[in-house]
Design a protein around this ligand. Structure first.
Ligand code: IPE
Ligand code: IPE
Ligand code: MG
Length: 243
């Protein structure tokens, strides 16, 4: 992979296009989601081989509740299957698994499975797999605001003590560094309520590939594009500073 990944710690991916992948083949959407899990496995493996520390994947959004009940339940079943089949290996490989999102409305067995996955991998430090599940960025911002307001109410914080750091720390993603790179597959150019706070200075890469087709080559392509970007954070490039 060369040094394309040298300065990149965190990739976030909006795994989109499962339905279209299935439709192109005359298959039910469920088949696209199943192949999407395979793409996730390939991507986790590929990321583990790099110096990356975090992979964050968007697997179910707070707006995906608008889909038919059968599709929602098949997406939940795929999370069940993924955790049941892959948790042991992830734990052995030193992967710390976190599931970020609202816990409300989730079936009890899913809640238990999330607890199990997080509990069994809590002490791992090799690599971080962050699964955004039942996640919506606006919900996350509202929950963070509530938590901060509560601290102000109890007198632990004064309104003037509220900083961007306090806000960041109050998020579900509080402990996780901001993504360096956000990739969205399937040729859509939107964020769909994903990590709006955290991607303030992330590089964005939109790819036409449908998620079930995604693999190491696509990851390399995205990292190659990232490597050519000049992250200025509002400042100047090194050369300009010297002039
Ligand atoms: C992404 O694929 C998976 C989820 C949103 C859960 P889609 O199901 O959105 O696939 P398209 O966008 O309809 O092709
Ligand atoms: C975003 O994809 C959510 C996930 C990939 C889990 P969607 O397919 O739900 O987004 P929209 O509806 O096209 O914006
Ligand atoms: Mg979609």
């Amino acid at each position: 992979m060369g040094d394309a990944s040298a300065d990149i710690k965190h990739i976030a991916i909006i795994m989109d296009g499962n339905g279209r992948w299935a439709k192109q083949r005359g298959l039910p959407r469920q088949a696209g989601h199943e192949r999407g899990v395979e793409a996730l496995r390939r991507t986790v493996r590929a990321c583990q081989g790099l110096s990356l520390q975090h992979l964050t994947v968007f697997s179910f959004s707070s707006e995906n509740w608008k889909r038919p009940a059968a599709e929602i339940s098949s997406l939940f079943s795929l999370l069940r299957l993924y955790v049941q089949q892959d948790l042991k290996k992830l734990a052995q490989d030193g992967v710390k698994v976190r599931v970020l999102g609202s816990r409300s409305g989730l079936p009890d067995d899913i809640l238990k499975l999330i607890e199990k996955a997080e509990g069994q991998t809590a002490h791992n430090t090799e690599f971080n797999l962050n699964i955004a599940f039942n996640y919506g960025s606006r919900d996350e911002l509202v929950e963070a605001s509530r938590a901060i307001a509560q601290r102000v109410k109890t007198g632990e914080l004064q309104p003037e003590d509220i900083t961007t750091d306090i806000f960041s720390e109050s998020m579900w993603f509080g402990e996780i560094p901001d993504p360096d790179l956000l990739v969205r597959t399937s040729g859509e150019y939107r964020l769909s309520n994903f990590l709006l706070w955290q991607i303030a200075y992330s590089e964005l890469v939109f790819m036409d590939c449908l998620w079930p087709d995604f693999g190491e080559e696509h990851l390399k392509d995205a990292l190659g594009i990232y490597k050519c970007r000049d992250r200025r954070y509002g400042g100047l490039t090194v050369n300009e500073t010297e002039n």
